[in-house]
Design a protein around this ligand. Structure first.
Ligand code: ATP
Ligand code: MG
Length: 383
């Protein structure tokens, strides 16, 4: 009896002219998620079938499928010939041993000699005979045994539907560049964009020697965790320590963060053009800290032309933390390492800096030279 995993996609994205394209990207993503595990992926009408994998790794495989965007639901089950004996054998394997249940049949193969009702009744009856502690309840059963008769003479037999990650297949919404810190928010922002089908490139600013190797390792780890959803984890890093020093030495202290952020955005835009990304993505949430006021956002946006997407803009910290825990980045994000933003942090950062004041202070700096110097520190990691 062959164990399989039945994968259903979020149908809504697959309508119309783009259907073939979405399906191609989706199956490539499923293949990538299975990297390193023997398997076969078959497409049958309206769903995919993962087959011929090492059965003892079924749980791990389900975990990976659960993170692939575009998956609406999936079920562990069996693919068997559609004769009664084979179907019953599989039904026994997925059926509960006690409690209430029903059998629900879907019959794509309309030539099958039994109707859906007849087949459900037949298999249900046999299961009752096999497991005396079972009871039928067709209205509100605790368990359901699903039989799905395919047109190719096979039957899919499974006992549950697990919810997939939803969203759109990564790669169908262009590419964005995520500014990733070591904090809680930015990995969640990357997750949100990947969920909408965006390929996410990662850019991190460090302040070596003010920040240490540990801080970088932490970001690499976050990149890997995010890569389980975005299916790629290429991280670019740039050193901005000299920019911070220069700002600290030259400009009004309350603008330290504001000015640094404008440098970050300029550098990010340059990297985005280089990497083919069409937008920047940050983990900012309105009003969360001094630099995330509308004035702060305006000041950063003023130095770039690319759109800046902020998928967490309307989220409370609590909601972001909940998501970070759900996607598995929280534990790493809260490890105590210094972020470059905490170096040279002023006692009283400007909350509503005026653009004219910012520009006046910035004119004291050789912006282009500072940018060039930062770009020369570029490192790239394929994780
Ligand atoms: P996070 O939890 O993502 O660190 P935060 O609440 O600490 O966010 P800030 O430190 O103000 O807020 O950063 C706002 C956003 O700016 C981050 O979400 C991230 O997108 C970007 N950012 C901040 N620091 C860095 C960094 N060192 N490298 C790259 N991007 C950064
Ligand atoms: Mg931060």
């Amino acid at each position: 009896m062959e164990k399989v995993i039945i994968i259903r996609y979020a149908e809504i994205h697959l309508k119309g002219k783009n259907r073939g394209y979405f399906e191609r990207v989706f199956s490539i993503n499923l293949e990538r998620a299975m990297r390193g595990i023997r398997h076969e992926l078959h497409r049958t009408s309206g769903r995919y079938l993962m087959a011929n994998f090492p059965e003892e790794r079924a749980g791990e495989i389900c975990g990976r499928i659960a993170r692939v965007f575009g998956v609406h639901s999936y079920s562990e089950g069996f693919c068997v010939p559609n004769d009664l004996e084979s179907i019953f054998a599989a039904a026994k394997a997925v059926a509960p041993r006690e409690g209430t249940f029903k059998v629900q049949t879907h019959r794509a193969d309309k030539r099958y000699p039994l109707t859906s009702m007849e087949l459900s009744a037949e298999i249900g009856g046999r299961l009752l005979g096999e497991f005396p502690a079972l009871k039928v309840d067709v209205h509100e059963p605790e368990h359901t045994v699903f039989l799905d008769l395919r047109e190719n003479g096979t039957a899919l037999v499974f006992g549950s539907f697990e919810r997939g990650a939803g969203g759109m297949p990564v790669g169908t919404s262009g590419k964005g560049l995520l500014l990733i810190s070591g904090g809680i928010d930015s990995p969640v922002a990357g997750y949100m964009m990947a969920k909408r089908g965006m390929t996410v490139e990662l850019l991190h600013f460090h302040s070596y020697p003010y920040t240490n190797e540990g801080a970088k390792e932490k970001v690499k780890e976050l990149a890997k965790l995010l890569g389980r959803y975005s299916l790629s984890a290429r991280l670019t890093t740039l050193n901005v320590a000299h920019i911070q020093e220069e700002i600290h030495r030259t400009c009004a202290a309350e603008l330290n963060v504001t000015l640094l952020r404008r440098f970050m955005f300029r550098l990010a835009e340059k990297m985005a053009y280089e990497l083919g990304a069409k937008c920047l993505v940050t983990g900012e949430s309105l009003g969360q800290v001094a630099s995330q006021t509308i004035e702060g956002i305006t000041s950063s946006n003023a130095v770039v032309k690319l759109p800046v997407l902020r998928p967490l803009i309307g989220f409370d910290k609590e909601e972001i933390v909940l998501l970070a825990k759900k996607i598995g980045t929280y534990e790493t994000s809260v490890l105590p390492y210094e972020d470059c933003c905490t170096v040279f942090l002023p006692d009283f950062p400007a909350i509503k800096p005026k653009l004219s004041f910012i520009e006046e202070e910035e004119r004291k700096l050789d912006v282009e030279a500072l940018l060039r110097e930062a770009l020369a520190t570029k490192e790239t990691f394929e994780l």
